[in-house]
Design a protein around this ligand. Structure first.
Ligand code: URP
Ligand code: ZN
Ligand code: ZN
Ligand code: ZN
Length: 467
């Protein structure tokens, strides 16, 4: 079926104009001021609405065995939630345990998505050990179109890599033209501070932030960027939460190190007082790096406004409050056992639009760059994804700026028993979402098909610079 989107205001990373878009199957075939509707065409009237390229969330967790439990979503629930929120492509973190073989982990993660996901998907390949067998497997995985690795400097005894492993990962990444994404917190410092706090009887979720202060994150950023500088690899710092961490990265950028900065929606609209809520409710807001003092929000917004921050992702990591977050409930337990993460894949664009565009902090074009184009460019999908041009995938969000609503766990599609943004008012949302030509969401309802989502094989930085 061909689709004709008429009279929409098309917003890309650098353009803003009114035109019609003709979609043939999965692809955009014409963008012109006035396209006549042929007989076999379904017409969607986008007058008064914005038309954005489909959003890309470059940092999500769907299948995540972590901290003694497993994240709640499947690709069924996560892709529905993503699409309703306008996200047509997910890049999930594949996070093997240290003893797992990377190729097995990669196949396992991929098998959870193939045939199930309603939206397109790819993976960052987590490297949690490095030796010669791992090296060969990583080469193979990169050849399959996984052009990004993920390292954790945090999570001692679980995902964290040693410095010698980090050095080798960066060297291999440089050779292959693969970008290294990194969770930057000093694992030893976190472990020491956690032990001290727990030994002193400080057990509640409000002690999560003091166990990972901003210095711990800034040190992680400095540490990671040093390895990038020494190897010449390109890097991407995930979920940057605070001023010292951003400033640490900027120092390396100023020296010519190729490192991009991501922040995530929880750090832009929530602060550490949420994790201080009484009766253990604060556990809903335990994520790492932690929610910060509210003063860091203004800094992050300024960094977004001035294009220092390249992407706004979610770090969607869905755990239930009952049973899962309760694993860390005092007095029997403590905050170090609370599974880290806040479900958010559904709400990224509506919250960024409400708190960013409508407050005048960012322009519509910046919005598009932050939720779509920059991720497409950084992770080897541009211009198939991340923009609206002839030949691009027909991933489109027709945005209704008039919509007003309130976020609630009662209506969300994510598979968790709470919503960290409960009661937040939103202005604007996707009216129609196309994922490669399929109408996958309308006005908050999923209308797509499970299994429609396709694995996206991405270009390496070497391939991208050749084309
Ligand atoms: O708290 C978080 N961020 N949970 C998910 C795992 C990670 O560190 O990204
Ligand atoms: Zn992380
Ligand atoms: Zn260091
Ligand atoms: Zn994450």
């Amino acid at each position: 079926m061909n689709l004709l989107i008429k009279n929409g205001r098309i917003i890309t990373a650098d353009q803003d104009y009114v035109a019609d878009i003709l979609v043939d199957g999965e692809t955009i075939v014409r963008i012109e001021p006035s396209i006549a509707a042929e007989n076999d065409v379904e017409v969607i009237d986008a007058a008064g609405k914005y038309v954005f390229p489909g959003f890309i969330d470059p940092h999500v967790h769907v299948y995540l065995p972590f901290m003694g439990t497993c994240a709640k979503d499947t690709y069924d629930s996560a892709s529905r939630a993503a699409l309703v929120g306008g996200t047509t492509t997910l890049i999930e973190m594949c996070c093997p345990a240290r003893d797992d073989e990377p190729i097995d982990a990669y196949q396992l993660w991929k098998s959870k998505a193939v045939g199930v996901s309603a939206c397109d998907f790819s993976f960052h390949m987590g490297v949690t050990r490095f030796d010669s067998t791992v090296k060969d497997q990583l080469r193979q995985i990169a050849e399959d179109g996984i052009q990004s690795f993920k390292v954790f400097l945090a999570y001692k005894g679980a995902f964290s890599v040693t410095d010698s492993e980090l050095f080798q990962v960066c060297r291999l990444a440089k050779e292959l033209g693969v970008i290294v994404t990194a969770h930057c917190e000093n694992a030893e410092l976190v472990a020491s501070l956690q032990s001290e706090l727990v030994a002193s009887g400080n057990l509640g979720p409000e002690y999560h932030e003091p166990s990972r202060p901003v210095e711990v994150e800034a040190e992680g950023v400095h540490h990671f960027c040093t390895f990038l500088e020494m190897t010449g690899a390109s890097g991407y710092i995930v979920h940057t939460s605070c001023q010292p961490a951003v400033e640490a990265a900027q120092k390396f950028q100023a020296r010519g190190v190729d490192v991009a900065i991501e922040t995530v929606i929880p750090h832009l609209v929530l602060d550490k007082t949420y994790a201080e809520r009484p009766d253990f409710e604060g556990a809903k807001y335990v994520m790492s790096p932690p929610l910060r003092d509210v003063s860091h929000q203004a800094f992050l917004w300024n960094a977004i406004e001035s294009d220092v921050i390249a992407t706004v992702a979610t770090d969607h990591a869905p755990f239930d409050f009952v049973i899962q977050k309760e694993m860390g409930k005092p007095p029997e337990s403590d905050f170090t056992k609370i599974p880290n993460g806040i479900p958010s894949v559904e709400h990224r664009a509506t919250l960024l639009y409400t708190h960013g565009v409508l407050t005048g902090r960012i322009t519509l074009q910046q919005f598009v760059r932050l939720v779509s184009t920059n991720a497409a460019k950084l992770f080897g999908m541009y211009p198939t994804k991340g923009t609206l041009q002839v030949g691009s995938d027909a991933d489109l969000v027709i945005w209704d700026p008039e919509y007003r609503g309130t976020i609630s766990a009662e209506t969300h599609l994510m598979n968790t028993d709470y919503d960290g943004f409960e009661g937040f008012e939103i202005a604007g949302r996707p009216a129609v979402v196309l994922c490669r030509g399929q109408v996958s969401a309308r006005d908050g309802q999923f209308t797509g098909t499970l299994g429609h989502g396709r694995f996206v094989a991405r270009k390496s930085r070497n391939q991208a610079s050749e084309s």
